[in-house]
Write a protein that binds this ligand. Structure first.
Ligand SMILES: [Zn+2]
Ligand SMILES: [Zn+2]
Length: 340
């Protein structure tokens, strides 16, 4: 099969022939239609995250059609449109039993991250990881449920906001623009902040009430104005850098929640004194659990969340697509593996 292969860190992907995945009795072979590109792909390519066994096939936002099922598979048949839940969890450890599947102690892999993903004509997954993609959801949007949308749904759940409360979404990229829609649907008033003016336009389109460039004094003044009695109950940091986390902690109200979604490897610049005295809650959020996945599919199916797509590239042009991802596109960049 044709695949875009990572042969080494900091090198362009090479589009070449790779062996067709061999499926076990409980696995399913999927013919890829599309696969989104995420910032994490750039981190993996740079050797800054995960470091899979090479050669590796990236792509953790794929969608496609079932073409072959293992002998023990009962719930899927060839022809079914599917999107994968990325974590091949064990179903038996403490975290799996309490529904926190992405914290599984015995992960069998993460699709596209620790095992081969969607930048190829086919990928395989355990049958239990494949969810039906509703007929009214196109593949390119549907694949984004696997990361951008489920991450937004889970982060919103972690914050536990109520209708009428205000929240800041810091970073209006693939996850941030989905998160704005999830929050607005839940009745939360959203302040969107990004360095790129055009992304703020999209944020407004998706229901953000206020938008600001990432300029500390300007946002300070704005938050002072809108913090009538209860201030900003939660700040979602989709960037995860030292300056973004510092700003998130500055803008959240006392006793509020900072939900950390973006990952950069940079340390937070906040003192224990400030965390303790202001009673801040700093909460990590990673992708989502299976219940978040089901909710993410439903939100996309009913049209409440529509992750924007900035551009589509054929698999052959994967390196140009990655180049666009590096330059702050308006929404997700999607690789079209097969167009029909
Ligand atoms: Zn991702
Ligand atoms: Zn487990």
């Amino acid at each position: 099969m044709k695949a875009a292969v990572m042969l080494d860190i900091n090198q362009p992907l090479r589009v070449c022939d790779m062996p067709l995945p061999v499926i076990a009795d409980d696995e399913v072979l999927v013919e890829t239609r599309t696969s989104g590109i995420c910032g994490t792909d750039l981190h993996i390519l740079a050797g800054a995250a995960y470091v899979p066994k090479l050669p590796h096939i990236l792509g953790h936002e794929p969608a496609g059609v079932v073409v072959r099922v293992g002998r023990a598979v009962r719930n899927l048949t060839p022809g079914t449109r599917v999107v994968p839940y990325l974590f091949f969890n064990c179903h038996d450890c403490y975290y799996c039993r309490v529904g926190r599947h992405q914290q599984c102690l015995h992960l069998g892999g993460i699709l596209g991250v620790m095992c081969h993903g969607g930048f190829a004509e086919y990928f395989k997954a355990p049958a239990g990881n494949l969810f039906r993609l509703p007929d009214n959801v196109p593949f390119d949007i549907g694949g984004l449920i696997a990361d951008a949308v489920v991450t937004a749904v889970h982060a919103a759940r972690r914050a536990g906001l109520y209708a009428g409360q205000s929240a800041i979404v810091l970073g209006a990229g693939g996850v941030g623009l989905s998160l704005i829609q999830v929050l607005v649907n839940a009745g939360v008033r959203v302040v969107a902040i990004d360095r790129v003016q055009a992304k703020l336009g999209l944020a407004r389109h998706f229901g953000a009430t206020w938008t600001y460039p990432f300029a500390v004094e300007q946002v300070d003044a704005a938050i002072h104005d809108l913090a009538d009695s209860d201030g900003v109950a939660a700040v979602f940091d989709c960037v995860g850098s030292t300056p973004s986390l510092a700003a998130a902690c500055r803008w959240v109200r006392n006793g509020g929640r900072v939900v950390v979604i973006g990952e950069s490897g940079q340390p937070p610049a906040i003192t224990s004194t400030e965390i303790a005295q202001r009673e801040l809650e700093i909460i990590g959020s990673r992708n989502g659990a299976r219940q978040d996945f089901v909710e993410a599919i439903r939100l996309v199916q009913c049209g409440a969340v529509r992750p924007p797509i900035a551009a589509r590239f054929p698999l052959e042009d994967i390196n140009a697509a990655l180049g666009l991802v590096r330059s702050d596109p308006l929404g997700r960049v999607v690789v079209v593996v097969r167009d029909d």
